[in-house]
Design a protein around this ligand. Sequence first.
Ligand SMILES: [Zn+2]
Length: 272
Amino acid sequence: MELGRRPYMGYCFSPDQKAFHILVKMKDVPGSLSAILKVLADKVDLVESLSYGLPDGSAVWSGFGRSLSQTETKEALEKLIARTTMVIECQVEESESGIVVDSIHPGIEVSPGRPAMMLPIAGFSRICDHLAKILGSGGETILFEEGSALGQATGRYLNDRIGRGRLDVRIRAALGMYQAAGWGLLALKVEEPGVKYRIVARDCLECTEKSADRKECGFIRGHLGSVVSTLSGEEFRVTETSCRLRGGSACEFVLTLADPGRKTPLVAGIGN
Ligand SMILES: [Zn+2]
């Protein structure tokens, strides 16, 4: 199955039809969610939804739905859901001026304990371009170092979460997480296990705006070098052998073990 980017669960546009954001806290037992979906089936046309468990043994279901009736109200939906078995609490918001927002979740996290924010890719790419344009090589250094610092934090996080199995498997896990989080497709080729890796970014987010003032993607280069060094515990050097800013069809990063046997100095000195 091939799909484009998935919709962002935070608001729903519905200019021609009343829409609701429905949030339900329920007991985390089999059948809870299907009972809720059953009572909503002839009330709303669900457009997006998600569910997740909470540490206290309850679960949350959050969804957007377009009303199947012009006379539907949020109060009536709340009452209907509250009567459903296993429901602990529910809250419904109604669209105004063609939009309804999930105003209950205070934000998103890309994985447990890692809060994140949404920023259009073009915005990130333009910040990189502007830094490099105003500050020249100093701007490129800032981007590389900030990319490295974030890569190290991600590497540490992954080391804690998935332990120390095969390096290529863990690099692929990191790249998959980036892809799911919207960083674009990052394909890994193992040139020599533990020594040399090639990563191809066909839709690299750093050069989306294709600035005429830049020649490399330093943030991503720093990030990939640092995340792989932290995952392996050894220092990897990274060069961007092809870049869309230099006319390449993709950005390509080659990571090479700097000094076999030497532990990475990157592990010291930079916090999370
Ligand atoms: Zn590039």
